[in-house]
Write a protein of this length. Structure first.
Length: 241
């Protein structure tokens, strides 16, 4: 029987962004790639809150523990889900993810920045915003077919939904989990691109606090490791099976 794997996409992406990884996983896995609220087919779903998203995801779980994979925003949500779904996650894979912002002042400043960005998103068309978002420094280095697929994927969403997602699921909105990492008994693989220096530092800190953690630094990749090296990410997912 195919093992279940639930893959949660990042901000501005949809479940379709996982297609190269799913193809590399092959028939050994039953891949679940939902569009999270505010994105793609779920662009109009409200409210966009953590609890609502977890409520959408939980019915996807079956009797067998799932491998849970999350990228960036999806990684934050996956961390919250793994803590909420004790015993139902067999392996947690976090790609370019953070447990949040621990410092209250920094969190407040980021929330203000995110609100300004959300207003800019609402005032933009999706084509304009997608092209501007691709220029973000954290996404530098994504090129060729991977860049084209990422752009096409962003066009599946609508700007009002993305603004709601930023307000409701942003790193400054969700409660930070640094103090709760030691509660996770699930094996965790923290994946980061070699060029992604900021998130590499975060990944190393996370591994110091997690009970059963493994750090995987993927050579010659940046923040969006699953887009640049899908076969490598598939191999990491399968590593503990």
């Amino acid at each position: 029987m195919a093992a279940p794997v639930l893959l949660l996409h990042g901000f501005t992406h949809t479940g379709s962004s996982w297609e190269p990884v799913v193809a590399a996983l092959g028939e050994r896995y039953r891949a679940l790639t939902p569009d999270l609220r505010g994105h793609g087919a779920a662009s109009d779903a409200v409210p966009v809150t953590l609890q609502a998203v977890l409520g959408d995801l939980e019915p996807l779980l079956g009797p067998e523990p799932v491998t849970l994979v999350g990228y960036s925003m999806g990684g934050r949500i996956a961390l919250h889900a793994a803590l909420a779904w004790s015993g139902r996650v067999r392996h947690l894979v976090l790609i370019g993810a953070s447990p949040g912002i621990a410092d209250a002042a920094e969190r407040a400043a980021r929330r203000a920045d995110d609100e300004r960005l959300a207003q800019e998103i609402e005032a933009s068309g999706i084509e304009e915003f997608a092209r501007r978002w691709a220029q973000m420094p954290v996404l530098a280095g994504l090129s060729g077919p991977a860049r084209e697929r990422a752009h096409a994927d962003r066009l599946r969403s609508r700007t009002p939904g993305l603004a709601r997602a930023l307000r409701g699921l942003g790193t400054a909105t969700l409660p930070p989990l640094w103090e709760r990492l030691s509660e996770l008994q699930t094996p965790v693989t923290v994946v980061v691109g070699e060029r992604d220096e900021k998130f590499r530092r975060i990944a190393e800190r996370m591994c110091e606090s997690l009970t059963a953690a493994e750090l995987a630094v993927v050579p010659s990749t940046g923040h969006a490791v699953h887009l640049e090296a899908p076969a490598r990410v598939a191999a990491i997912i399968a590593h503990r099976e």
